[in-house]
Design a protein around this ligand. Structure first.
Ligand code: PEP
Ligand code: MN
Length: 339
């Protein structure tokens, strides 16, 4: 249920309604907006008609609405205001179109630092790089682990760019959280509900990538797991889904971007690197993502893609990343945003 408080409702009235929600056996999630307070009441759906009637008559309550969609806290119905996620001082979901760029995997200091400096000068605001890699083959490079996290932290120190990096198991949440500005939950782990709960409890921003066979309802339900732990700092990522097409690595579902904006208050970014797997297509699909209303993008960049330890075929060299960013600028202006 969503309880919309009257404009000017007092703090006592809000507290009283929250207490009443708890007494009815629901969990209260108050959201303090600019002009009014909205309270989400989450719990067992049976008995909600009686609970609605009981809450409607409380002082300061303007209206009570039942949420019919399976996800609640991430839905547009709960908050008409868009969520802005703060990633180490960089806001995602606001006016700026935020580009996160860097190598697929962190390999060594030289590779990471060179990439970090170049993506920064091209206009990226967040560094990406995997220290724990979820690989299809157990024989492929699995990441530098803590050594990679240390290199990412040193690159942040050197460039001032906050960083996002993947966490693949709940056992590593504490370790990764000690270094990273934002957790990445990869496509393969979108439905790892224990991991989602754990990053939810951490309170740190989370970049949640869409699973390769996940519907938007399933993506939003996964986001709900994180927000339900009290952490609303979630950014969604469209990274392509699996279809019968084989020329591209995945099929980038651009309609997911305006659809998520229709359904949810959470920001969504586009990943044209994993979304296509083909270097030559990344610039165009980035521009298409901007036109579709994405709040940002994630792009893989590597100084020597032919020697990359993962995802070399989709990595842009820094000079090409410069060109892609240059071309994106006009689309960003047309989308009424700034870089
Ligand atoms: C990545 O970002 O390098 C990655 C593994 O992405 P995804 O989970 O979308 O495949
Ligand atoms: Mn990758």
């Amino acid at each position: 249920m969503i309880i919309v408080m009257e404009q000017g409702a007092s703090r006592e009235q809000v507290d009283h309604v929250c207490q009443h929600i708890a007494d009815l056996g629901y969990e209260a999630h108050p959201i303090f907006g600019k002009s009014r307070v909205v309270i989400g009441a989450i719990g067992d759906e049976r008995g909600r008609t009686q609970a609605k009637a009981a809450l409607e008559v409380q002082p300061g309550v303007e209206s009570v609405t039942l949420i019919l969609r399976p996800y609640k806290l991430v839905s547009r119905e709960v908050s008409a205001e868009r969520t802005v996620v703060n990633v180490g001082g960089v806001e995602v979901g606001g006016e700026r179109f935020v580009v996160m760029a860097g190598p697929c995997s962190v390999e060594c200091e030289k590779q990471l630092f060179e990439t970090a400096r170049r993506v920064k000068s091209a206009g990226a605001r967040i560094l990406r790089g995997g220290a724990f890699k979820p690989r299809t083959s157990p024989y492929s490079f699995q990441g530098l682990a803590e050594e990679g996290l240390k290199l990412l932290s040193a690159a942040r120190e050197a460039t001032g760019l906050p960083f996002v990096t993947e966490v693949v198991t709940e056992r590593d949440v504490e370790l990764v959280g000690r270094y990273a500005d934002m957790f990445q939950i990869g496509a393969r782990n979108m439905m790892n509900y224990q991991l989602l709960r754990e990053v939810g409890r951490s309170g740190k921003p989370v970049l949640l990538k869409r699973g390769m066979a996940a519907t938007l309802d399933e993506l939003l339900m996964s986001a709900e797991y994180i927000v339900n732990e009290g952490n609303d700092q979630v950014i969604l990522c469209e990274r392509g889904i699996r279809t019968f097409e084989t020329f591209t690595r995945n099929t980038l579902d651009l309609a997911a971007i305006p659809a998520v904006h229709l359904l949810s208050h959470l920001p969504i970014i586009v990943d044209p690197s994993h979304g296509t797997g083909v270097r030559e297509l990344i610039g165009t699909m980035l521009n298409a993502g901007i036109a579709a209303g994405a709040d940002g993008a994630m792009i893989e960049v590597h100084p020597e893609p032919e020697n990359a330890w993962s995802d070399g075929a989709q990595a842009l060299v820094p000079d090409d990343f410069d060109k892609v960013m240059e071309s994106a600028k006009r689309f960003i202006v047309a989308a009424e945003r700034t870089l």
